[in-house]
Write a protein that binds this ligand. Structure first.
Ligand code: ZN
Length: 157
């Protein structure tokens, strides 16, 4: 188990030090959306290029703690180039991962494995975050921002 935790820690640090899909996209055509986590001071700006129901490209900038920044990097790799239904499904699965742990911790019981970790790939590295509930907001910041951006694209003002 500790080997797995070491591996997860390595993945998080690697994405923190060398974030993937870092940068900006020209707006328009890309859509820009910003997220902020006041509890920790994390900031993330997400640029989304959606064409024909596919998230063609995603880039992001931001700064903050290692959890928020590595989570956004991991997220970008997981959703880039994917159809929007699949992007939504990945968002749902990740948020479920963060919630299941939280509730099972508070009840002090073994969690039943509702989340299929194999579907998450490297994202599973972030599951340790739920041992520190205050950090969950750091981990889900980029995901909430992505979801907000997709909603804005779906129903422009
Ligand atoms: Zn944070």
């Amino acid at each position: 188990m500790s080997n797995l935790e070491d591996l997860y820690r390595e993945i998080i640090l690697d994405h923190y030090r060398s974030p993937r899909n870092r940068g900006e996209l020209p707006t328009p055509p890309a859509h820009k959306v910003e997220g902020f986590n006041p509890l920790c001071g994390d900031e993330v700006t997400v640029y989304l290029d959606v064409q024909d129901g596919v998230l063609k490209d995603i880039k992001m900038t931001g700064h903050g703690c290692s959890i928020s920044q590595s989570s956004s990097s991991l997220m970008s790799g997981a959703v880039k180039g994917k159809p929007l239904e699949q992007v939504q499904a990945t968002i749902d699965t990740f948020k479920q991962l963060m919630t299941v742990h939280e509730s099972s911790l508070s009840k002090d019981v073994e969690r039943d494995d509702e989340v299929d970790l194999r579907k998450l790939g490297e994202l599973a590295a972030l599951q340790g975050v739920v041992k520190f509930p205050v950090r969950i907001k750091c981990a889900v910041l980029a995901w909430n921002t992505l979801r907000q951006g997709l909603e804005e694209i779906a129903s422009p003002l």
